[in-house]
Design a protein around this ligand. Structure first.
Ligand SMILES: O=C[C@H](O)[C@H](O)[C@H](O)COP(=O)(O)O
Length: 223
């Protein structure tokens, strides 16, 4: 199976979860990226089975609307049964690195409102330890140099993502070479650096369920 076929398989599995486990008038939280896009396309086939969606990026909102799926403002939503999103790396403990597409902050905000975080990923994303994928950190532009110095003190090599601004108008520093022994602690430490909006470690609130696409079928892991 190709990587695209594995992404489509996990997206269908997540849509099946929504169809079988979620109330008819529910609002669904939707992530960003190529795997989340497969989920949006699978959701489109069951339009009317749920009330609408909250998007974690402008790109996701546009794709949802393109399918005629109503997109709600998160400020009008107090709870959602599920948030479905991809990951750049995920461990067996369901800690993740996210933000390869730069949507990490809105993803973390939408996920915080959801009861269950379902991570959908092809098998290549499963790792025993996080950190081979550079850790994205969203930073207020005027704090770039100071935040970079602080990230270097933590043992990483920050590199500006050239020519990229987030949906929030901020920059991304991709931190290479971090040794991530304790993702929960590192997530908090980086978020305490003044000028950091958030970082791509999703460990304090990791995923609750991982739907992992493998050539043998979709495997389900729980936290
Ligand atoms: O900012 C982007 C998100 O965190 C994505 O969920 C992550 O980068 C995975 O994307 P993809 O499904 O395209 O590999």
């Amino acid at each position: 199976m190709t990587q695209d076929e594995l992404k489509q398989a996990v997206a269908r599995a997540a849509a099946d979860y929504v169809a079988s486990r979620v109330a008819e008038d529910a609002i669904i939280g939707v992530g960003t990226g190529s795997t989340a896009n497969c989920f949006i396309d699978a959701l489109a086939a069951m339009k009317g089975r749920f009330r609408g969606a909250v998007a974690s990026s402008e790109a996701t909102a546009a794709r949802l609307k393109g399918h005629g799926i109503p997109v709600l403002d998160l400020n009008d939503v107090s709870t959602m049964p599920v948030y479905v999103d991809g990951a750049d790396e995920v461990t067996p403990k369901l800690h993740m690195i996210k933000g390869g597409g730069g949507a990490l902050t809105r993803e973390k905000i939408v996920a915080a409102v959801a009861e269950t975080f379902i991570c959908i990923a092809d098998g290549s994303k499963l790792v025993q330890a996080l950190g081979k994928f550079p850790l994205p950190v969203e930073v207020i532009p005027m704090a770039r140099a100071q935040v970079a110095r602080e990230l270097a003190k933590l043992g990483g090599t920050p590199k500006l993502r050239e020519g990229f601004l987030t949906d929030n108008g901020n920059i991304i520093l991709d931190v290479h070479g971090l040794s991530i022994a304790d993702p929960v602690d590192l997530e908090s430490r980086i978020n305490q650096v003044v000028g950091v909006v958030t970082n791509g470690l999703f460990a304090r609130r990791g995923a609750d369920i991982l739907l992992l696409g493998t050539p043998e079928g979709v495997k389900t892991l729980s936290a």
